[in-house]
Design a protein around this ligand. Structure first.
Ligand code: 3PG
Length: 208
């Protein structure tokens, strides 16, 4: 699964309030060429949205974000997500995903957290909140000791169309995540064409 994810340099971070929006949202992303999605477990609608995308778009790489408890991890595994992410590193949640042989990418922002991840056997970590934690300069400093150990990062938080290339040009960056690709408001307003255009613009930049 990690290899599949590594083929997708841009991951849309989704906050969905109405599960009825799940299918048209997935269609809007696919229309723009994006077949990966991270549905955050921040809303009551998230479990149903995940289940609907899983059922209607089996070819999509379905991820769950903001998985901060083992209970949420169980829901994600039961739904059949392909991978999970979290803003922080909870060893219980990490273990739950590992026990179910499912890729999990917990968030880190300090050397000690990266080493905790390494001690749990993780090499792919989310750098969160990427912008506020010090931006590309902070990541470059973390890359010096941990890059040679094979650690890769998915920066999220403050990543956008204007700065995504700077992030993606870092050798330790495998992918970036961001909510700008389909904002909560755009989803609520059903601005599917706008979302498709944003996705196209991001993928074009990633390919440059
Ligand atoms: C996340 O959940 O990973 C972040 O909230 C996304 O951050 P962004 O809104 O700055 O893209």
């Amino acid at each position: 699964m990690l290899n599949e994810l590594l083929k997708r340099p841009v991951i849309p971070v989704i906050v969905i309030e109405d599960a009825n929006d799940a299918e048209p949202l997935a269609e809007a992303l696919l229309k723009g060429g994006m077949d990966v999605i991270e549905v955050t477990c921040r809303t009551a609608a998230a479990p149903e949205a995940l289940a609907r995308i899983k059922k209607s778009f089996p070819g999509m790489l379905l991820g769950a974000g903001t998985v901060v408890t083992p209970d949420q991890a169980k829901m994600c595994i039961d739904t059949g997500v392909s991978f999970g992410l979290a803003p922080g590193l909870n060893p219980d949640t990490v273990k739950f995903f590992q026990d179910h042989s499912t890729l999990f990418i917990p968030g880190v922002m300090t050397p000690s957290e990266i080493e905790k991840g390494l001690s749990l056997g993780l090499k792919m970590l989310k750098f969160f909140p990427a912008g506020a934690a010090g931006g590309v300069n902070m990541l470059k400093n973390l890359a010096a000791p941990y890059g040679p150990l094979g650690v890769k990062f998915c920066p999220t938080g403050g990543v956008n169309l204007d700065n995504m290339q700077e992030w993606l040009s870092q050798p330790v960056v495998s992918a970036i995540g961001g909510s700008w690709l389909a904002t909560k408001q755009q989803i609520a307003d059903k601005q599917w064409d706008v979302i498709t255009d944003q996705v196209k613009a991001a993928l074009a930049k990633a390919a440059e």
